[in-house]
Design a protein around this ligand. Structure first.
Ligand code: ATP
Length: 447
């Protein structure tokens, strides 16, 4: 095996280990698994939903609560079909699709090597490829009982449009002045031609989007500010700096609505890939909605005494992709001398379970004391009580799901009321009084 092949197969193994851990420990299951699964759809299990909620919470805090210039929103998934004409999705939200006439595999023409396209030869089997044709990625359905063209509605392919059409509602009701932003987290749907890499590219996914409305002329300044801000957020949730980079869109990559764009990329086991896009969307969106709705969407800026259509800086992140990046970034196998321990080194704020409370043995009042501690923590944090198996095994089970702390009640607790605190990353133990456990966690679990 060449060096490159070995590296690739190590990376493949890493992905396999993460996928298997996710299933075994209740993070992520395949959707409709008992029916053989459905392609590119995944279900978040008990620990996955905690991790995902914590990521969303970390985003919402940074974008809405810690700032004074951003409001939240939760718009409907189904929108007036004209929205998608105005946005350009009906016309432009397409991928070029080619089929192999022999093996029937389907490819995105922009994702296969150029020479295959030129020769019209399938990259998998060498068979003949069809001409590329435009394939619209929006899922269609019907509103009401009549299934005809007049009743077609789309499952939104992005959350952004719900923000644009509510621009006026938000700034009027909240008495906002430009510059300000609107943030939204929600599901989006795309009938992707080539989904894959676990939860990286799926057909149903969640976005965390913020659209920032600015005065024309100040747009590039805000664009630069936002791309720095967003990069910092990934560092703040614990992603290693060497795993992150910007990718600037060249003129041929820019979307029809954008004048400037950067992706924030993460180094996944399958290569550098986009986590988030930051776009200068100019006045494209509001101008188009003004044109298609016939409603005046201009804004009167009393500071300069002028009316204009605001420019929009967009930060559009994928929640599922971020979650996968967080898992890849946290996954570690450590040789302790005795064994290989698997540990998820998650940021404590993101960890699905913040602490486990463990009686060392099931006798001499230890379970009762541990249960009391567990109950005192429960209203504040997601915690776990575990009295089954050897203490070493219980620690390993928590390491594997990223629980930052374990509190153990032992015989010394019976004498002086102290418990051990075991740190997930260092495996070091210290003693604190049982009455200090809650404050200890409050101090450690911050964002
Ligand atoms: P890609 O080039 O990977 O298809 P995109 O450039 O079309 O992505 P955007 O339209 O900018 O993506 O969407 C913003 C974010 O939404 C992406 O950065 C990504 O994190 C997330 N996202 C987009 N499509 C998917 C998908 N099919 N599955 C999971 N997340 C997605």
């Amino acid at each position: 095996m060449t060096k490159k092949n070995t590296a690739t197969s190590n990376q493949q193994q890493l992905m396999d280990k993460i996928v298997s851990l996710c299933k075994r420990r209740g993070f992520i299951f395949q959707s409709s698994e008992i029916y053989g699964g459905i392609n590119a759809c995944w279900d978040y299990g008990p620990l996955g939903v905690e991790l995902k909620n914590n990521i969303k919470q970390a985003w919402w805090r940074a974008m809405v609560y810690e700032r004074d210039d951003i409001e939240g929103l939760d718009a409907a998934i189904l929108m007036h079909p004209k929205v998608w004409e105005a946005s350009g999705h009906v016309e432009n939200f397409t991928d070029p699709l080619v089929d192999c006439k022999s093996c029937k595999l389907r490819f995105r023409a922009d994702q296969i090597p150029e020479e295959n396209l030129k020769l019209k030869k399938c990259p998998e089997c060498g068979g003949e490829l069809t001409e590329p044709r435009k394939f619209n990625l929006m899922f269609k359905t019907f509103m009401g009982p009549v299934e005809d063209e007049a009743h077609v509605v789309y499952l939104r392919p992005e959350t952004a449009q719900g923000i644009y059409v509510n621009f006026e509602n938000v700034y009027v009701s909240m008495r906002r002045k430009i510059p300000f932003g609107i943030a939204q987290i929600g599901k989006a749907f795309r009938n992707e031609i080539t989904p894959g890499n676990f939860i990286f590219r799926t057909r149903e996914f969640e976005q965390m989007e913020m659209q920032y409305f600015v005065r024309p002329g100040t747009d590039m300044e805000w664009f630069e500010k936002w791309r720095e801000e967003r990069f910092k957020w990934y560092l703040r949730i614990g992603i290693k700096p060497e795993k992150l980079r910007f990718h600037q869109h060249g003129p041929d990559e820019l979307a029809h609505y954008a004048s400037a764009a950067y992706d924030i990329q993460f180094e996944f086991p399958f290569g550098w890939q986009e986590l988030e896009g930051i776009h200068n969307r100019t006045d494209y969106d509001l101008s188009r909605h003004q044109q298609y709705s016939g409603k005046d969407l201009s804004y009167f800026d009393d500071e300069i005494g002028q009316k204009y259509i605001p420019y929009i800086i967009e930060t559009s992140a994928g929640c599922d992709r971020t979650l996968l990046a967080v898992l890849v970034n946290a996954y570690d196998e450590e040789d302790t001398g005795k064994e290989i321990r698997t540990v998820l080194r998650l940021h404590p704020f993101l960890a699905p379970i913040k602490a486990a409370v463990l009686p060392l043995v099931n006798r001499e009042n230890m379970p009762q004391i541990a249960w009391e501690i567990y109950k005192s923590l429960k209203p504040h944090f997601k915690v776990f009580y575990d009295d089954s198996g050897s203490i070493g095994r219980r620690y390993r089970r928590q390491d594997e799901i990223g629980t930052p702390f374990c509190f153990t009640v032992d015989s010394q607790t019976l004498q002086d009321g102290t418990v051990t605190v075991r740190d997930r990353d260092t495996m070091k133990q210290e003693r604190i009084h049982k009455s200090e456990v809650l404050d200890f966690l409050k101090e450690k679990i911050t964002f």
